[in-house]
Write a protein that binds this ligand. Structure first.
Ligand code: SF4
Ligand code: SF4
Length: 419
């Protein structure tokens, strides 16, 4: 059913600002892939449903990385990636089904995929993935190989860290007890020193099922900082489900995570993946998930990046550390980049921040059009020339960089360099 224009809210004014922000347009020069084309497609399908066949609609809806760069520049406040998610929800296809299995069954499929990637990462299959035109099979092998490639050596150790209360004060995290007049369900709210007594670590799908070593490092660092971790079995943050158009599944994952947070006393949720953090903060866009606006604001405040707490420590870099380490800023960094701030503190002049570009991970786009995702990845890879090492703060970017980096460049999450 078509909606009146008035009901739709702001409309695309074709200003073109999003064109230069979109990695797909940058990599291909094709304007039909641009954010504004997606917004117009969604409007068109709403005004004239049924004029485009189901397959074409699903195909067009699949061509987005979900990076969110366009929303950051759009003067109209449009979010084309969310529009695309709506299109994907309205026109589901086999790729969406496959992505759902990939997330739902992560505990069995992901470790299996990692082992397969390790086995495939040897000649002659390895060379297939390294061809200039790797083809569909080569691209699949390339992605799988990235899941198991982690040759990075730890060379940073934490020497000293301030007390958690001092870290809270210096990091600007509000430790005050919120006003709960009117009553909220669940245990009493933690405040002040209590916040350090029950930190919930948000591992994310990759930390839980693919790279448990990242999770182990994050746990050790929290202990070293003097925080006490309460075990929590969070679900997926929901962002990758939403990007794939699996909106009901995203809602369920969000509800579960909020229940765990409430049961834990609404304390700090600490995460080490920029995409997970972005996905968790986005819960406030669904106000019905929360008891009221104050609870939503508290959630936004209490979900914090691990690097925001860690950067007040004192660190030692061993003599055999690489002279230069690149830093890839993930598309999903929202506001201040605490990972970059931590690495500047730790690595000083060794750190080289790369031009702001997407890695090409793209979630469901990898299934829909692996060659298009690879075209984006190649632009990022060109920036890595001559760098012995590249770090990032997003688990998806870390996997994508591992799959596409030149052989002489090791890549990983910044957690990898901490001993
Ligand atoms: S979310 Fe990223 S890939 Fe998708 S339209 Fe926007 S800028 Fe382009
Ligand atoms: S920036 Fe926003 S308003 Fe301008 S063309 Fe892109 S989607 Fe349309």
């Amino acid at each position: 059913m078509s909606r009146d224009k008035d009901e739709r809210g702001p409309e695309c004014i074709l200003c073109g600002k999003c064109l230069s922000a979109c990695p797909l347009v940058e990599a291909t020069g094709q304007e039909e892939l641009a954010p504004r084309s997606k917004v117009r497609l969604a409007d068109f399908l709403q005004e004239q449903p049924g004029t485009l066949d189901e397959q074409d609609a699903a195909r067009l809806a699949s061509l987005c990385l979900g990076c969110g760069r366009c929303a950051r520049v759009c003067a109209q406040g449009l979010e084309p990636a969310r529009t695309v998610a709506g299109l994907r929800a309205a026109h589901p296809g086999w790729r969406q089904w496959l992505w759902k299995q990939w997330i739902d069954r992560a505990s069995t499929l992901w470790p299996l995929a990692r082992r397969s990637g390790g086995m495939l990462d040897r000649a002659p299959l390895r060379s297939l993935a390294r061809r200039p035109e790797p083809g569909r099979l080569g691209l699949l092998l390339k992605s799988l190989q990235g899941l198991d490639r982690c040759p990075m050596r730890a060379y940073v150790s934490l020497r000293e860290a301030p007390e958690p209360m001092e870290v809270l004060a210096r990091s600007g995290v509000d430790a005050q007890a919120p006003d709960v007049a009117g009553g909220w369900p669940g245990p009493s709210i933690q405040s002040g020193a209590d916040l350090a007594q029950g930190v919930l670590l948000f591992s994310g799908c990759a930390g839980q099922h693919l790279r448990p070593e990242w999770d182990a490092k994050a746990r050790s660092l929290l202990v070293a900082l003097g925080w006490r971790r309460t075990h929590a079995e969070f679900a997926c943050c929901g962002s990758t489900l939403g990007t794939a158009g699996l909106l009901a599944e995203q809602h369920t994952a969000r509800e579960r995570n909020l229940e765990i947070w409430r049961a834990g006393g609404r304390g700090l949720v600490v995460a080490y993946c920029a995409s997970c953090l972005n996905g968790l903060w986005a819960y406030v866009q669904e106000p019905e998930l929360f008891v009221d606006g104050r609870e939503a604001a508290l959630w936004r405040e209490r979900v914090v990046p691990l690097a925001r707490l860690l950067k007040f420590g004192r660190f030692m870099v061993s003599d055999d550390a690489p002279e230069v380490a690149g830093y890839h800023r993930p598309c999903h960094v929202c506001g201040a980049d605490h990972d970059a701030a931590l690495l500047r503190t730790v690595l000083g002049s060794r750190l080289r921040e790369l031009p702001d570009r997407c890695c090409g991970f793209g979630g469901p786009l990898r299934l829909a059009d692996p060659a298009l995702a690879d075209a984006v990845a190649r632009r990022r890879v060109a920036d890595l020339a001559g760098l012995p090492q590249v770090l990032t703060g997003c688990t998806a970017c870390a996997l994508q960089l591992a799959a596409s980096a030149p052989e002489q460049t090791t890549t990983g999450h910044w957690l990898d360099i901490f001993s």
